[in-house]
Design a protein around this ligand. Structure first.
Ligand code: ZN
Length: 364
């Protein structure tokens, strides 16, 4: 799901003019600030419909796509399994998608705002779920692991990051396995998408381009001939995708994976119309990738300087985020801070020392 806004970007002065195309920070938004209303499907490119589903919190919405596919439509991403999302789909099926069959459900990655209603939709239409294997496995794993209390490894993880005992107790009280509370049962079978695969959907050929760092095996769909890219959370226009180190793989290097994915995506044509999961469609892929890369590299350097005194993950928030971190986003912020600290460690610029279960990072 989640994305954090690590640097609040001011809206363009033109932003108030809803439908007017405008450019900002090297990106051009052909429909301006306009987005689909509930139950509305906007044809953003020939044969590609754009709808929005509600997401609570600062994200507000997720964009989903309905691609003409023979007699019906292929859907890309599905929304959280919450009543307002189901109602938004019902409005689409009673409105612009009336009478259409759904041919397949493609999910870019395992986060709940993307996969949440996949099972509900596959059941309803008897359509297959298409995903990369790691993403499907992650969703299956997380929806199968529900416990009354977090495992001891999770408590040690939070303590190592510098969380207070009070905060850890509050987290323990929430149990374990909240992912499943906003995700309908994930189908037991799926059709695998692999990096480089070509999918024929309607009159278009979509190449699967896998990115990593925000999640293990994120699928983007790129139609180079048609000049369109469905980017999921791999490239977002205004907010930076959350890149977190997580308990499941504490020695991973997600920020290294993310930076490598930016270089990979930079080999795509610069003039693609990018369809992101949050925010508005834009052109300016390379400019956005450069901004994302430079932002992370700048924060890594600032963080490195900050380690002149030993720091815990929680001591790094002011360097990484342009806003206060409250309890509701503490987990995300901790994962993001750990991803940056881990990257410095992998680069040989930081080392950690464990004291009384707390990880202190200093300059190597
Ligand atoms: Zn996501």
């Amino acid at each position: 799901m989640p994305t954090t806004s690590s640097a609040a970007e001011p809206a363009s002065p033109d932003a108030a003019l809803a439908d007017v195309p405008y450019s900002h920070k090297g990106l051009s938004y052909p429909l301006g600030r306009r987005g689909p209303e509930p139950g509305e499907l906007i044809e953003i490119a020939p044969g590609i419909g754009w709808a929005r589903l509600p997401v609570p919190g600062s994200l507000k919405h997720i964009n989903v796509w309905a691609i003409e596919d023979g007699d019906g439509v292929a859907l890309v991403d599905t929304g959280l399994d919450i009543a307002p999302s189901r109602e938004a789909w019902e409005a689409l099926f009673a409105g612009p998608l009336t009478g259409r069959i759904v041919t397949r459900i493609i999910v870019t990655h395992f986060h709940p705002d993307h996969i949440g209603l996949a099972g509900w939709l596959t059941d309803r239409f008897g359509a297959a779920l298409w995903m990369t294997r790691e993403e499907w496995l992650f969703a299956r794993m997380l929806t199968s692991d529900i416990r009354d209390a977090p495992p001891p490894e999770a408590i040690a993880w939070w303590r190592a990051a510098g969380w207070s005992e009070e905060r850890i107790e509050a987290e323990q009280a929430k149990g374990w396995g909240r992912f499943a509370s906003v995700v309908s049962p994930v189908p037991v079978s799926f059709v695998r998408m692999r990096d480089g695969d070509a999918l024929e959907i309607g009159g278009r050929t979509w190449r699967v381009v896998v990115g990593s760092g925000h999640c293990p095996e994120h699928a983007c769909l790129v139609d180079e001939a048609g000049g369109v890219m469905i980017a999921g959370d791999q490239v977002l226009p205004r907010i930076t995708s959350n890149v977190s180190l997580s308990l499941s793989e504490p020695m991973a290097d997600p920020l290294g994976d993310w930076l490598a994915s930016i270089e990979k995506l930079r080999t795509l044509p610069a003039d693609l119309l990018v369809l992101p999961s949050h925010g508005e469609p834009f052109t300016g892929l390379h400019a956005r990738l450069d901004t994302l890369r430079d932002g992370h590299l700048g924060r890594l350097d600032a963080l490195h300087a900050h380690l002149a005194e030993p720091r815990r993950a929680v001591d790094c928030f002011p360097i990484l985020f342009g806003r206060a971190i409250d309890d509701s986003i503490l987990g995300l912020a901790t994962g993001e801070a750990m991803a940056h600290l881990r990257r410095l460690e992998v680069e040989g610029r930081a080392r950690r020392e464990l004291r009384d279960g707390v990880a202190w990072f200093g300059i190597a």
